[in-house]
Write a protein of this length. Structure first.
Length: 373
């Protein structure tokens, strides 16, 4: 094969865009895209216009295209992917990488145009409490259509891979997310929040039921400690659930809102006493990997997705206030024993969840699909 034939023109669609600020999909698009670009591939990332005041033409070797979306909880992702695909189908991409199973029905468009489509499935979206019956029904249908239309499916966890095999008889490519192993570099940034190292519990998440931030608050309210609880995040579309969080009268609970500064997030993670990970509906969760890479002692919601990643490098709680309270109390009582968990968490990330390895797996899949197309 000639050298030029090894280089691919790749579109990345279904995220909010890069530079990454908003979540796991965006981080994956950035970390993957810049590595593919470094390897000589032509990478184009489709970004949501309303999320970027400053519209760069390129970033870290990736070309950026901005298209609109409908700013509504149920329509934002779907509409942005639709507009992105209408643009992308006019261009001779070798391959289109799409994130989010919600986009399953839209895969028909590139399928009819005989495009090679790779879909990153994420988690079991229909298990999220935020969706209505109609929303959950849509996601189940989207999953079935994804299996039918995609050239290849990527599962970010073994549990998701097993689900698609058992439910749909469909094999997927296992490629997890990655994370960096980091330490504290600017602890002085904590003074912005009147915090000191190891003086607070931390949770970084969207304020949605399946992430359990309200459970964290209710357990912490009963915890006898002078440490604080820092809840980073919020809800773009406020709900009854998210409003309930702010009703706490515990002055130890801090709500700094969404934080997109990577240095501040790093310092919050590397200096926290313990990180509470409440997510339960996804696959391999990028926030959990980031916390592990930053050497956090993690108290995680006891579900198969979290156990697959965290293993013995943390402890787990059942979905009730009493059990989470007991695990938080245990961490305080065993504070001198937590370092071994922090070290083990970083070891797992360093050996199994590195972005260079993730990018190599995607690149290998893309080249294999190109050869067979």
């Amino acid at each position: 094969m000639k050298a030029r034939e090894n280089k691919l023109r790749i579109a990345i669609i279904g995220t909010r865009g890069v530079p990454a600020r908003y979540g796991g999909f965006e981080t994956c698009a950035e970390e993957l895209g810049k590595r593919l670009a470094l390897h000589g591939h032509n990478v184009v990332v489709y970004c949501r216009q309303s999320y970027y005041e400053k519209k760069l033409k390129s970033y870290e070797g990736m070309n950026l295209v901005y298209v609109p979306c409908i700013n509504h909880k149920a329509l934002e992702t779907f509409s942005h992917t639709l507009f992105s695909l209408l643009h992308a189908l006019k261009i001779s991409y070798d391959l289109i990488l799409i994130f989010n199973v919600a986009n399953g029905p839209l895969l028909l468009l590139p399928k009819l145009a005989r495009k090679t489509i790779v879909l990153n499935l994420d988690g079991l979206e229909w298990e999220r409490e935020k969706w209505s019956f109609l929303g959950k029904t849509f996601y189940r249908l989207a999953a079935r259509l994804s299996v039918k239309f995609a050239s290849a499916l990527v599962a970010d966890s073994r549990a998701i891979q097993a689900f698609y095999r058992q439910k749909f008889g469909k094999e997927t490519e296992y490629i997890p997310y990655g994370a960096a192993v980091e330490g504290s570099q600017k602890p002085s940034l904590l003074t912005t929040f009147n915090l000191a190292s190891r003086s607070y519990f931390l949770q970084i998440t969207r304020f949605e039921p399946e992430n359990n931030p309200l459970l964290t608050v209710k357990a912490f309210e009963r915890l006898r400690t002078d440490k604080k609880l820092v809840l980073v995040g919020g809800a773009k579309y406020p709900s009854k659930y998210s409003r309930e969080l702010y009703k706490t009268e515990d002055e130890r609970v801090i709500f700094p809102g969404f934080i997109y500064d990577k240095e501040i997030i790093r310092e919050l993670l590397t200096n926290c006493f313990a990180y509470v990970h409440g997510n339960e509906a996804g696959g391999t969760n990028p926030a959990l990997l980031q916390a592990m890479g930053c050497g956090c002692f993690v108290v995680a919601r006891d579900v198969v997705f979290n156990r697959e990643v965290l293993r013995e490098a943390g402890i787990y709680y059942k979905k009730n206030v009493d059990d989470l309270l007991a695990k938080l109390e245990w961490s305080l009582e065993n504070k001198d024993s937590l370092e071994k968990y922090r070290v083990r968490a970083q070891e797992i990330v360093a050996t199994e969840y590195q972005w260079d390895d993730v990018a190599a797996r995607y690149e290998s899949l893309f080249k294999k699909l190109k050869i067979s197309s």
